[in-house]
Unconditional design. Structure first.
Length: 509
């Protein structure tokens, strides 16, 4: 790399941790590759400095990934457990329901925290949220809204529904099956996502934070640039193919050293004991993890990335859904498409075309607006128009052509005309300067509409034929348009003919 070359010129024997981290964090250059290039040039790297900066980045990302708006936050932080309280035995890997005994409780009105001697409820940890469900006995019931762990004690936080509590009470602990299943799907999918990212983007990808619940998974990782649409599709295909393959998910307890030697990943930064639990998806993924998982990748059902964005320099976040969550998202998207299609009076298949047409029309109107800004067209003076009216018998005809006028402006002048004029007909034609299209308005004063042919709606229909269009409206006012502005002279002549025929009738004074 260029930094290695610069180090050689300076005759440095060590590449600083800051330089290695900058390559990795800013440009997405794998640290393994930096080591290889530096080694080939006889230069070592400052591993301690690099790892220190990497750890700082991991902590920042974890801070951004913390679960917000949790219930009982104040209560959780203020709880003081009695000394000597026995650790809770977790049986939730094997079952979702078990008998248990209350060994400690804290109650504030109907808000309760309970510790059991054993429980199937998984406590929040490793990015996975705590289980929810119920605790009950013959005389007691509590809704568990969250599960946490403190000093080896699993704490069930929730709301007392009925009954009285006391230490030593025997209860049945029941985990919400649907919630656990959805959470497991997202957790196993998170392992596959990390494996897919490392396989497709490179082994420089490291997990620096995550959130797994029943609704979605969130995965924070190191990478120097945003994912392309092609990369996202490749990652989704990689994971969904693994789902379809139905690979058994294996969990086992083994020594920490043995797990690492077998290739298990432990990038999340948790502290581990001598014995650890590994989740192994053969030929795909192996990670140290204490969370709950599917028995087979097929249980995930499906996988879809819904967002990918930066959360800091060199750190990005993916959010995704699986299983029923994806089906629900699809249903919502389908309803939005159907509602939009209905509003635009088109079919879902034609929706994109219709939107493009509307977009093009909007741009055209915006451009016209920009072109007329500061030079707004001024409407003709009505008094002057009346003075120049063409007299046909006892009826006055005002026929004017105004290029590129909006119909709403012409309607304003027509309204004034109907209030002020007598025994008159007004017609405005407004051809477009860009094509052959033309709009028009026509108004007939109230003292003429009783005469044969002096109906504005019918007159609009007559002259619309001359410009290859259509028209409609009321008996005193109508409007229309056509695609052939060359027919305007013919339309005016048609009006003269109709007025002449009507003028042969006696017009009342």
């Amino acid at each position: 790399s260029e930094l290695t070359v610069q180090a050689l010129k300076r005759k440095d024997k060590t590449l600083s941790g800051e330089d290695v981290f900058r390559l990795y964090d800013t440009f997405g250059f794998p640290d393994e590759l930096t080591r290889t290039v530096a080694h080939e040039k006889g230069i070592s790297i400052d591993e301690k400095g690099f790892q220190s900066l990497l750890e700082e980045q991991r902590k920042r990302a974890q801070g951004a990934s913390r679960i917000d708006n949790q219930i009982f936050v104040v209560q959780k932080e203020s709880l003081a457990l009695p000394p000597g309280l026995a650790s809770t035995k977790f049986v939730g890997y094997e079952k979702l329901e078990s008998k248990a005994q209350i060994i400690w409780l804290n109650q504030d009105k109907n808000q309760v925290t309970i510790a059991l001697d054993q429980t199937p409820f998984y406590p929040e940890g490793g990015g996975q949220v705590g289980d929810v469900g119920v605790l009950r006995s013959d005389d007691f019931e509590m809704t568990v809204c969250d599960t946490q762990k403190k000093d080896g004690i699993i704490l069930h936080h929730g709301t007392l529904v009925q009954g009285n509590l006391k230490s030593g009470l025997s209860v049945t602990a029941i985990v919400n099956k649907e919630n656990r299943a959805a959470t497991k799907r997202n957790h196993t999918a998170t392992h596959l996502l990390q494996a897919a990212l490392r396989s497709i983007l490179g082994t420089h990808v490291r997990q620096v934070g995550s959130l797994v619940n029943a609704e979605k998974l969130r995965f924070d990782y190191t990478h120097g640039k945003s994912l392309t649409d092609s990369e996202i599709q490749t990652i989704e295909t990689w994971i969904n193919q693994t789902v379809l393959d139905g690979i058994n998910v294996q969990s086992r307890e083994e020594s920490y050293e043995a797990a690492l030697q077998s290739g298990a990943l432990a990038f999340f930064g948790d502290k581990y004991g001598d014995s650890v639990r590994t989740i192994h998806i053969p030929e795909k993924s192996k990670e140290l993890c204490g969370g709950t998982h599917c028995h087979s990748t097929a249980e995930i059902g499906s996988f879809k990335i819904v967002s990918e964005a930066s959360i800091g320099s060199g750190t990005r976040r993916i959010e995704a859904v699986t299983g029923l969550g994806l089906i629900e998202r699809f249903r919502n998207a389908q309803k939005i498409i159907q509602d939009a299609s209905s509003a635009l009076k088109t079919t879902p298949d034609e929706l994109a075309i219709q939107i493009q047409k509307l977009t093009d029309r909007l741009r055209e109107l915006e451009r016209k607006c920009e072109n007329t800004t500061g030079t707004q067209k001024k409407l003709p003076d009505l008094e002057q128009l009346l003075q120049t009216a063409e007299k046909i018998g006892a009826i006055q005809l005002i026929a004017v052509t105004l290029n590129d006028y909006e119909l709403q402006n012409l309607r304003v002048l027509s309204d004034q005309f109907l209030k002020q004029a007598n025994k008159s007909m007004l017609v405005f034609f407004s051809p477009s300067s860009e094509d052959e299209k033309v709009n028009f308005v026509i108004a007939v004063t109230g003292d003429l509409i009783h005469l044969p042919g002096m109906n504005a709606k019918k007159l609009a229909q007559e002259i619309a034929r001359c410009i290859e269009g259509s028209g409609g409206g009321r008996e005193d006012f109508a409007q229309g348009g056509g695609r052939n502005s060359k027919g305007i002279p013919q339309a005016i002549e048609k009006l003269r003919e109709i007025i002449k025929n009507s003028s042969e009738k006696k017009v009342c004074n």
